[in-house]
Design a protein around this ligand. Sequence first.
Ligand code: BDP
Length: 324
Amino acid sequence: MTRTWFAEAMTAMAVAAPLTASAQAEMRAWNIHPDGYPVTVAMSYFAELVQQGTQGRLLVKLYSNGSLGDQPKAVQMMKAGELDLAEFNLGPLSEAVPSTKALTLPFLFRDSKHLFRQLDGKLGEHLEAKLKDAGYVVLGWYDGGARSFYCVNKAIHQPSDFTGLRIRVQQAETAIEMVKLLGAIPVVLPYKEVGDALKDGRIDCAENNLPSYESTGHFKLAKYIYLSNHTVSPEALVISVKAWKQLSGADQAVFQDAGRKSAAKMRALWNQRVDDARAATAKQGSQFATMTDHGPLIARMRPLHQKYINDPLTREELFTILMD
Ligand code: BDP
C-alpha cells in the first residue's frame, strides 16, 4: 500500500505552492468498532468538525469495523505512513510506550470517573508527552470501559473458578500476567478472531466491556459473565506525528479542538451504552454474576502491582494515581 493521499498531497504542496483555498487532502483514520458504536459515532463527529474547521480542505475518511485489519496491523500502517489517525486501545498501545502500562493494570481505577479525574490533568499531559515521543499525538482520551470475564461453559463466582481456563487476552503484558495470576491460561488473539475461538473451543473465556461483549455477538457464545470490572483503562484518538507535522498551526488547533469535543461526545454516550448492552444481553440469556468481594482477586494481583511499583518506568505514574 502507498502512503496516504494526505501525505502525498502535503508533500506535493510543499514542493509546488502553498496550500490554496480549494486544495483538498484526505486523511485515513482506523477504527475497530462497527457503525453506531460510541467510538465510531465520536470519530465521525471528529471528522465532521475537522471538515468544518478547515473549510473542507482536510477530509478524514473513517475506516471502521477493523476493515483495514486489527490494531497491531494499524500500528504498523501508521508507522509506514499508510494511516494518519486511529483510535487505539491502551493495552496493546502501551507495549510501544512502556510508561503508559501503569494505566492498564487491573484493579487500579475504580471507575471511569476516577480514571478521567487523573487523565484529564497532569497525568494525562505526562502520558501524552511519552506517546508523542513514540510517534502518536493524542487528540482525545476515550473511555475503554470496565472489562469483565465471560465464559462459554462455566459460571465464575470466585477466583478459584478460573483455574485452568483458557482466556483470550489482548497483546498486552499486563493482561497476560493478570490471567496467569488467576491460575488460568492466557491466549493472545486479535479481537476479530475471538468469536470463532469461542465457537471452536480454542478458548473457554474472554474479557471485555459490555458494549463490546454485545456488539461482537460474543454474548451469544459465552453467556456466563462475571462482573469483575477488573480493568478500567482509556483508549486514545491519535494522529501520527508524521501527519501532525504536516499540518499548519491553525489546522493543528482545529484537530485538537475536534479531538476534545469528540472525546466528550464519546464519554457522554458510553454509560448509556453500557446499560443498554447489559439489558439487551440479559434479555437474550446472558447470566451475570456480580463480584461481591474484590479482595481475593486483588490479592492475587499483588505480584503484578509490585512489579510495576518497582519499575522506574511506571513507578511515578502509579504513585500519582495511588495518592489520589
Ligand atoms: C474493545 C476495545 C478495542 C479492543 C478490544 C479487544 O475498544 O479497542 O481491540 O476491546 O479486546 O473493548 O481487543
